[in-house]
Design a protein around this ligand. Sequence first.
Ligand code: DUC
Ligand code: ZN
Ligand code: ZN
Length: 478
Amino acid sequence: MATTLITGGTVVSATGRAEADVLIDGEKIVAVLTPGSELLGTDLAASVDTVIDATGKYVIPGGIDAHTHMQLPFGGTFASDTFETGTRAAAWGGTTTIIDFAVQTYGERVLDGLAKWHELAAGNCAIDYAFHQIVGGVDKDSLAVLPTLIDEGITSFKMFMAYPGVFYSDDAQILKAMQVAADTGLLPMMHAENGPVIDVLAEQLVEAGKTTPYFHGIARAWQAEEEATHRAIMLANLTGAPLYVVHVSAKQAVAQLATARDAGQNVFGETCPQYLYLSLEDQLGASSEQWGDFEGAKWVCSTPLRSREEGHQDHMWQALRTNDLQMVSTDHCPFCMKGQKDLGIGDFRKIPNGIGSVEHRLDLMYQGVVTGELTLERWVELTSTTPARMFGLYGKKGVIQPGADGDIVVYDPNGHTSIGVGKTHHMNMDHSAWEGFEIDGHVDTVISRGRVIVDDSGYVGNKGDGQFVKRGLTQYLI
Ligand code: DUC
Ligand code: ZN
Ligand code: ZN
């Protein structure tokens, strides 16, 4: 088994940092050593297969992106990253595990949807992967099958309060599924937006001739997010189930989560880089020579980008500091402008919803360290350690300690990353939602289960290196 020693770096965890050398044997971390330690011999470097010099750099646990949608069927098309292209892009950006959403569409059986997802991913991934289950039809069959998912290593499932006629669940369905969660330990995840209300507002806007991407953000008002978040919290409270709210973007929704958490309820929230950096005014309202006022379609996602004037972005950063929000995932759901997003020219309701970010999450969040929004430790906690604990991977993933997988990123705080098509961009999309973003740091080396998959020469891994990981129950409950 090959051995690798990472020397001279600063190992950063969720709780602190220290100068330390990390020894990997085969796929596992076997030692974290004080520099100069002779515990394993007087010249350890001479006895290992590979030495990685991390002097002046941070050594962090590989990123875990707990919210991706490779190949998601949506809006009459499919998310443009396959498991192959999407996980390779993730690797470039220092993410060594994704948790993707297996999809049960309405009328389909959950286990058939899950089998399809295994088929799509198996043998194609550059990094390890796990699944949540989307339940697009809460019915007798899906309620009966949900508990059996735990043995499959799928310990969380997502429901939608939005998208009537597509993935939507009504309150009665949500209540029943949450009862199952309360009984079994499954973690329900919620897309919390009041879909029926949004659909009426969207229809009224389009009828009034307000059809550009900007109005996607107007139709998906923060009140619809706050109301649904509150309702989901109440249903969880009633049933005793925990609750994880995905892609929180409205400050009022954060307040709902914070109130419930202060009262001792097991509710959690993630946000995404787009809700920290981008806005209704600047992106959804953008125009360009190529696309005119359809330019904003690049940033059509749901929940939507919120108004900067209303202060949502600053509030999201604050909530990450105070742990009112616990994690940052991407909701990676890429669509090209040509042939996909352009389906919605003349009617924003037909724009496939989603932004591609899986490659850039670690960098974008590191920039928050540079600008003073986050500490280094909180960066690691938000992007790796809490995702591992939240979704039953901790110990194997999310931490640099003996026994854990050798999933490690060497990050250079003196490096630089320019994001954009033709620069740093490996996702299968014809544009970047992050074009022009400059990061004062750089992913230098990425190691996945002991194997270097990204180094100075670029991506050096192979399709199929990544394995399916069975997850345990959440390790994050109060
Ligand atoms: N939101 C998105 O932006 N895309 C896919 C599904 C979702 O909930
Ligand atoms: Zn969603
Ligand atoms: Zn999503």
